[in-house]
Structures are given as structure tokens and as C-alpha cells.
Design a protein around this ligand. Sequence first.
Ligand code: GLC
Length: 452
Amino acid sequence: MSDKTPNLLKRAADILTLNDRGNYTQPAHNLYPHQWLWDSCFIAIGLRHIDEERAKTELVSLLRGQWHNGMLPNIIFRDDPIYRTDRNLWRSWLNPFAPNDVTTTGITQPPMLAEAVVRVGEKLSWSERRLWYSMMYPALVRYHSWLYTERDPHREGLVLQIHPWETGLDNTPPWISELHEHLMPLWIRLIEKWHLSSVVNFFRRDTRSVPMDQRFSAIESLAMFNIQLRLRRKAFDINKILDHSLFAIEDLNFNCIFIRANKHLRDIAKSLQVDLPAELEKSMKKTERALDELWDPSTAQYYSRDFITHRLLKTPSVATLLPLYAGTISKERAAHLVELIESRHHFGPPFPVPSVPVDSPWFRPKLYWQGPTWVNINWLIIDGLGRYGFHEQAEKLKQSTLTMVKESDFYEYFDPYTGEPAGANHFSWTAALAIDLLKMDKVPSKTPKESS
Ligand code: GLC
């Protein structure tokens, strides 16, 4: 560990304290005041090194938002009069399955919960871990089962997403190009044509704390809002949504995280000595096999897929590397993805891994999910590289990630060429995952459970 390490650890811990709201941690003080699903999972992975009980609370508080049908929403809104507008924009209460005590969105986010539960479990004694697992297991089974029943209606193995926010990579190019092509209503096109973006930007809250050129465009944000309204009109009922919309995507990032989460859920069931529901077990196996359908031999990359037409969305993004994290692809394929990470024409600028390869026409080094490096994605890739035995590459990525954070502070994302910061400062998952990376002496080849 370098001289700067204790200082970095302390500063990271201070950020988690700054954003602590008692039973959950805000992703960032000004910009994101509510509880976000995958943020809390990454945050718990860091918090477990500081305070195991607080890490557990972070995850248990996510269950407040679980819908009666099993869905975990991407946001649980803060119960404060000043956020009435946020709650009203979603109106989760329109759906009979929404919880009564809290208000939420009507969509989900990548299923990182099982990973976080296992990581926190690693810090507990055998008996505490059993208690912890038995507390979280029923909610996990309901969530994973919901993903299959509602989001895999044709029983094909891959689960679909209905809003870019569900991917966690909001304005990632494959989704944005689909939006432009299929779901841009006339009123948004006219705003674009008449150059009225500045009027829209005037009402935006996000650009008050982050420079405009580091956030998604006004047109992209209107397109997101437009889908949100469509979902709300159908009261978030998936049957009605799929009946009336041709916009549903089997997102690569989401499905890779789901495959890993399923593996964790199996491990949890095993250590509790219970059997997973047979139907769920069957679906889980199907997902592992179906990942292969997202591979395109002609460009040698993985892509997301249109749910209706089964067309691969061949706009490159960092999601192509996430099968490393899923952990079910062959060693040869994994080696090919490592080449992409190492190539300076693709994912290998000085501060990898960019959210879009640098040779893509979409690439902008400081523009949200269209170029910058994000610490959570690096964490997933480091974990995957380690499990495939690419220790040197994993260690290198860990070091460049920590250097970036040390030099530029705990920002939301970073310029992959210079390491300069962008987005919100004091960002919780950057702090939490920096703690986890610092505590990782060497990148583990296998989690303790897998090697036993
Ligand atoms: C942005 C990110 C999303 C994250 C949220 C809160 O919307 O794209 O992944 O969960 O902010 O940090």
C-alpha cells in the first residue's frame, strides 16, 4: 500500500458519512438525493469494510421498496415535501403491486443485490452469515422470479428492459440510437428542429451542479421523459406496455449481471441447504446458454438485442466486456475481450475502461455514459478478469482506477485520456468501491466460496 492509502481510505469513508441518510446512502449530495438500487449495492460492498451492520442496513432498506410482485425499483424516493415533484412524475401508487409505505419508480436496475449480499456475508462469521442469508434469501428469490415472469415472457432466457434507466448506463449509445430511430415523437423532433434545447435546459436540475456538456443532451432527456410517461400511462403493467410498444431491449450489461447474480443466489441457497424453486433453476440455466446468442461472430463482440426482432444492436459500448463478469463464457472468448481492453484503439486509453470504445463516432471523453471511465464498471471487469485468471490485467486496471481517484478525487466519472474528473463530486459508489479495491491486497482469483 502506498503512503497515500490511509488518507484515501479516510477520505472515502468521509464521503460515505457525508452522504449517509441513516438507513441508506445518497449517491451524491446534490444531484441524487434518493436511494438507488445498484448504487446501494456498490455502496454496501465498500461499507462492509468499515461497518458491517451499516452495510447490512443499506441493503435491507432496499427491501422497503420491493413491490408485492417481487420487483425492486431503481429508486425509492425520499419522503420529504421538497421531492413531491419527483414522486409525482412516477406515481408508483397507480400500480396495485407498489408498496404502501414508500413511493418508488416503476422500473428496476441491474440486479446487483445478490452480489452485495454475498460480499457482506464474507465479512460475517458462519452463524451470522446464515442469519443474514436467511433474512435476504426470500426477497432475492422473489426478485429473480419476477425478472423471469415479467421480463422473459417468451421464456427465452434473456430478460428485457423497458427504459434506458433500467440498464444503469442511461444514455449508452446502443439505447440512444434505438430511441432516435423508433421512439422519438414528433414534439421532440420539432424541439430539435427548431433548436429549442436551451428552453428545455433552462428547467433542468442536473445541469445546475454539473456542466451541461458532461450530461446527456436536452433531446435525450426529453426522450427518457417521454418513455417514462408512456410507462406511467400503462400504470407500469408489463402486459399493457408490451402490447402497445415495440421498444424493449435485452440489455447486455443487465443480463451479464443477472447471470452472476443467479450464481450467487444458488450459492446462498446451498449454504442455507434449501432448494431454489425448480422453475427458477430451469430459467437460470437457460440464461447462461442464451448469452451466446448475443455474440456476433462477424465483429467478434457481444451486443444487446432487440426483444421483438431479435436484431443485435451493433453499436459498440463497454457492455461488450461484461461477459467477463458474467463468468460463463469460454476462456478463449474471455481472452479476446482482454485484447479489446488492452488495445489503445478500443478500450485501452491511459485510464481505462471507457464506457464507449475510443474509436467509436459516439466517443466523448467527458460525456456521461458516452465515453468516460466509471469506477463501478471497472470494479465489475476487475472481478471478472480475476476469476478468469487474468491477474496481471486485473491488477493493472485496479491500479489505474485507484490512481485516477487519488489524483482527481471521488467523482462520478473520469476522462479516460487524462483521468480528469467529471460529473458529480463526492460520489458514493466511487468512494465505496475505492475502499474495496484498496482492501483487496491482490485481486482474488476466486471468491472464498467458489474455491471451497
Ligand atoms: C445515474 C446513473 C445510474 C445511477 C444514478 C444514481 O442515473 O446513470 O447508473 O444509478 O445516476 O447514481
